[in-house]
Design a protein around this ligand. Structure first.
Ligand code: AMP
Ligand code: GLY
Length: 423
């Protein structure tokens, strides 16, 4: 099978690394990819939202499956673009339809979906500039801290958590009235603050049946002890100790099943990954967000733990055999530690020479933000390299990831030395 993966981060490197191992993988391409994906496939210079160029490439190279990494092309309707095109219709595209992608593309849509299908989530109301006064009144009815979410995609920055009421009112106004996040915040969801440990649950579905992939925990804050600004993710672990078999069964019953059935009832086509972000509130899982893709860096621990042939599983999504396929998971723990550029998630410099990757023996090196320049590997993003390791337990895996982190050098390198500290 000829496969095209869309995206260029650590998540896509992990997908490419896994799919390249499949006996049914013939040619593997990644658009636009990174130096890591180039080690296991061929990178092509096409942007993930350039549907026309993707079409040309798919047809000229005889691509039979497209795996979409990031949310953007999904929210922009790449699934529908393929379905509506006679020449592309029969090509398998792993990802939801445009309507399905609204689970991530619109917080209000996701909230309405959860309420409609009785999926546990935080109490909420949505506001625009036309009912700003009601928004203030709703804030007054809640206790601090206050959670404000821009309805649309805001590059991961659209959620604000504020400790004081006046601050929350000011931010609400800035979002709906002064377009703080552009169009994305013309509607704002205000919701009840949930207190507890977060968990990321991943589901792969053909729209009918589903499989629950290993769960993971992501460390989003830049600083140790979960302090400082939010990032794309500084590290991840899998499995998550509190999310044992009984807990995951509860998540399946109360969240996963109603989600897949809800999509079906609503007539929404969904053939791909669902990433359910939840908070464990005193043993009760509640959904804080849906994403319509895999997480990054969660993918860097979830995918390596899958023993089954991923391409074979994905093939089943389109040919009607998905429910018959086995999903075998490695019982070992996996951890990943993200090396980032100094200054990230605020301004940082790029182009720093990276050395030491060839010395890493105990971890898998997943490239996130790197580029090759005259044979020299350099930084090209905030998140640079994810180091994934296995162990009998999380501690053992982390020891390897941290040791590998020390062996790689670039100017300004930073990583959190306390991933997994809270478990
Ligand atoms: P998101 O951008 O939706 O992933 O949200 C960013 C972060 O905000 C999440 O990872 C949570 O830590 C936090 N968050 C979102 N919703 C809530 C909530 N209702 N209560 C507490 N924390 C939340
Ligand atoms: N690691 C969080 C995300 O991918 O959204």
């Amino acid at each position: 099978m000829n496969v095209l993966i869309l995206g260029s981060g650590g998540r896509e490197h992990a997908f490419a690394w896994k799919i390249a191992k499949s006996s049914s993988c013939n040619n593997l391409f990644i658009a636009p990819g990174n130096p890591g994906t180039a080690e296991v496939g061929s990178n092509i210079e096409i942007g993930v939202n350039d549907f026309e160029s993707i079409k040309k490439f798919v047809l000229s190279e005889g691509i039979e499956m497209v795996v979409v990494g990031p949310e953007d092309p999904l929210v922009n309707g790449i699934y529908d673009f393929f379905q509506e095109d006679e020449e592309l219709q029969n090509i398998s595209l792993i990802g939801p339809s445009k309507e399905g992608a609204r689970l991530e593309g619109s917080k209000e849509f996701a909230k309405e979906f959860m309420i409609r299908h009785e999926i546990p989530t935080a109490k909420y109301k949505a506001f625009t500039k036309d009912n700003l006064e009601e928004g203030y009144a709703f804030l007054e009815s809640l206790d601090a801290p206050y959670v404000l979410k821009a309805d649309g995609l805001a590059a991961g920055k659209g959620v604000l958590i504020l400790d004081n009421l006046q601050g929350a009112k000011d931010e609400l106004k800035a979002m709906v009235d002064d377009a703080k996040f552009g169009n994305a915040s013309s509607t704002v969801v205000i919701e009840e603050f949930l207190s507890g440990i977060e968990l990321s649950v991943f589901v792969l579905t053909d729209g009918d049946s589903y499989k629950i992939l290993p769960s993971a925990k992501d460390y989003k804050r830049i600083g140790e002890g979960d302090t400082g600004l939010n990032t794309g993710g500084m590290g991840a672990i899998s499995p998550v100790p509190f999310a044992d078999r009984f807990y995951i069964e509860k998540v399946e019953r109360e969240i996963v099943k109603p989600t897949v059935e809800g999509l079906k009832k609503d007539g929404i086509t969904y053939k791909g990954f669902i990433f359910i972000g939840l908070i464990n509130v005193k043993g009760q899982p509640k959904v804080i967000e849906y994403n319509v893709r895999m997480g990054d860096p969660e993918t860097e621990v979830v995918i390596p733990r899958i023993k089954s042939d991923l391409l074979n599983l994905l093939k089943g999504i389109d040919d009607g055999t998905f429910s018959e396929k086995d999903l075998n998971i490695n019982e070992q723990a996996a951890t990943t530690v993200m090396l980032v550029s100094g200054g990230y998630p605020e301004t940082y410099e790029k182009g720093k020479a990276i050395s030491g990757t060839e010395d890493i023996k105990e971890s898998i090196v997943f490239h996130a933000g790197t580029k090759n320049e005259n044979e020299q590997l350099r930084t090209s993003g905030g998140r640079v390299i994810a180091l994934t390791s296995f162990g009998e337990n999380i501690e053992e895996a982390l020891t390897k990831s941290f040791a590998s982190a020390e062996k790689i050098s670039f100017k300004g390198k930073y990583y959190r030395k306390d991933i997994g500290f809270d478990l």
